[in-house]
Design a protein. Structure first.
Length: 578
């Protein structure tokens, strides 16, 4: 026990912060609380935190028998279900590392990531078996696959390359039941690694972020705060954010920590299914990326539906369009707009007003919510110029956003050099942002996506948000295109809304006659948030805008599509093949 300068030691118990304490707490003090799960076989299963804790222990016992030990990496390739979550705790509690693989990535990318991580076993939903057949040859360290299903739903006659074993999760757990009464979690240090997530890798190969027990516990505390998710034992949280997206934004830790009722939606995240889960299970709060909420609102509007108990929506992962915020708040639902990234566990800011702002008018509060929020206690922020000089927090200066704190990455997995600078441990997020005098940060673009026109920085995000306010615009994205005079100019790419009763954007008003194009450009030119110099020079109409595996617009794929389509006549809507 360390002594202070005067010689007196601290008198508090030394108690490592480890994530299994969360599920143990939930089981002991909220053991009867429901966890509702829609599994990949289609059934809705209702379990409890006590059951989940016991099954996490069984999972740990089963993995130990398979030779998994401290520091080994066990991957999951699964949707948000109770089986996935209990396996998550079982792996981490064992002292191993739970590596969540993103099934939306291309097979070659998943294979590269699994090999780079050194995955020893993969625990996967059974429908991903064909994907695993492609991945296994790229993973020489892999010892086998565990399918998160029961004997009845095990694929018949399935085989993997290299004759790797395919084991049944429920059978493995059943074999350990007699050992459960004497089970004790092994002692694990709080700085030991427990989770591994990879970035989306828009430039170069994806990069791994290795979370510790301590960093996850600190993040869980912040995420549940009243100014963050505001979770409590009376909350019912629909965990839309997949566990393979930065620990489902920490919700899988924060919900058990406070005893919140948890609803796990399984694989179907379209508007109809999300609405059904919200209404059928009395969901009061949910969190997800703007595309999920756009699909939900489209379903609600198309069928004239209402929300009975939903009170709060958290939007993150990409900038929330003001029209989306307004659509929820007009229905009496509070919107919280937050920002984060894989490298910061992932929550980095809180999107709620300060005390001095509580008397603001409705319009001013909505404008505040379009910002990315203010720093929390474990994520300090600053903006710097190209030379690294710190810029003022005046709401006008735009610079490179940097962060630091106990939940921020120091170095990427297996990387030779730290990701943060050694001096102040500042990590460059890759975002361009401003910070106002009250600490509210507003991202204007990704560093690689910002449009530099005539020496000025133009925000593609601001232009996209403005365009989404047009009544005939369903989706919008902006990229820079070469210009001989200005260097770059903004090009607006639009998916127009269908005509009433039309099945797809292909049946929208034809842009070929130029009327819709002229109307959109005039709308942008008159928009109060768009400077005259920033008004796009042209509009490109397409049937679909490409999205990446994390649900965000893929600007890389979009630029490739624009390069192919630009300058071609548009007798009909261009179709993306990316």
């Amino acid at each position: 026990m360390a002594a202070a300068a005067g010689g007196a030691p601290g008198t508090m118990q030394r108690w490592p912060l480890v994530v299994t304490d969360l599920i143990e707490y939930a089981a002991r003090w909220h053991g009867e609380q429901e966890v509702v799960s829609k599994n990949v076989e289609g059934a809705t299963v209702i379990t409890t935190y006590r059951d989940m804790r016991d099954r996490a222990r069984l999972c740990a016992l089963a993995l130990t028998e398979l030779g998994v030990g401290m520091g080994d990496v066990v991957a999951t390739l699964a949707w948000n279900t109770a089986r996935h979550m209990e396996a998550w705790y079982g792996i981490m509690g064992l002292g191993a590392v739970c590596h969540t693989l993103n099934p939306r990535l291309a097979a070659r990318d998943i294979g590269w990531i699994a090999d780079h991580a050194g995955d020893a076993w993969i625990m996967a939903d059974a429908p991903f078996l064909p994907l695993l057949e492609q991945i296994v040859p790229m993973c020489p360290k892999l010892k086998g696959v565990i399918l998160l299903t029961d004997r009845q739903h095990m694929p018949r006659g399935a085989a993997l390359p290299r004759q790797l074993p395919i084991l049944c999760y429920e059978q493995l757990l059943d074999a350990q039941v007699d050992r459960l009464p004497g089970f004790r979690w092994p002692q694990v240090e709080e700085d030991a690694p427990c989770g591994l997530c990879y970035t989306s890798g828009t430039t170069g190969n994806p990069k791994g972020v290795m979370y510790t027990h301590r960093s996850n516990m600190l993040h869980a505390l912040v995420a549940a705060l009243p100014d963050a998710l505001a979770l409590g034992s009376g909350s019912t949280m629909l965990m839309v954010v997949p566990q393979f997206h930065a620990n489902s934004w920490g919700i899988a830790f924060s919900a058990p920590m406070v005893g919140a009722r948890l609803v796990l939606p399984g694989p179907h995240l379209d508007g109809e299914n999300v609405y059904h889960m919200i209404e059928a299970h009395g969901v009061t709060i949910s969190a997800g990326v703007p595309t999920v909420w756009a699909n939900l609102l489209a379903h609600v509007e198309a069928h004239g539906l209402r929300f009975s108990r939903l009170r709060t929506i958290v939007i993150g992962g990409a900038a929330a369009p003001p029209t989306q915020i307004a659509a929820f708040e007009d229905r009496g639902i509070t919107v919280r707009h937050m920002w984060g990234m894989t490298e910061i566990s992932p929550l980095g800011s809180l999107g709620t007003a300060k005390h001095c702002q509580l008397e603001l008018g409705e319009g001013e509060l909505r404008d505040l919510k379009t910002s990315q929020g203010r720093p929390h206690v474990f994520c300090d922020m600053r903006i710097v110029d190209d030379a690294g000089g710190e810029l003022p927090h005046d709401g006008k200066a735009m610079g490179h956003l940097q962060v630091r704190g106990p939940i921020v990455v120091d170095r990427y997995h297996r990387a030779p050099a730290p990701a943060a600078d050694a001096g102040g441990q500042w990590f460059d997020t890759g975002d361009v942002a401003s910070i106002d005098p009250l600490g509210f940060m507003r991202i204007t673009d990704r560093s690689k996506d910002v449009i530099k026109s005539g020496g000025e920085w133009l925000s593609s995000i601001a232009l996209e948000n403005a365009a989404l306010g047009h009544p005939q615009v369903q989706e919008a994205a902006v990229v820079g295109v070469p210009d001989p005079k200005w260097g770059e100019r903004p090009l607006l790419v639009v998916v127009p809304k269908p005509k009433p009763g039309a099945p797809s954007p292909g049946d929208a008003a034809s842009p070929g006659d130029g009327r819709l194009r002229a109307d959109v450009l005039a709308f942008m030119g008159a928009h109060p948030d768009v400077a005259k110099f920033a008004v796009p020079d042209d509009v490109l109409f397409v049937e679909a805008i490409p999205y990446g595996a994390t649900g965000k617009i893929s600007k890389v794929a979009l630029r490739q599509m624009v390069a192919q389509l630009r300058g071609q006549p548009q007798p009909q809507l261009a179709r993306s093949k990316l």
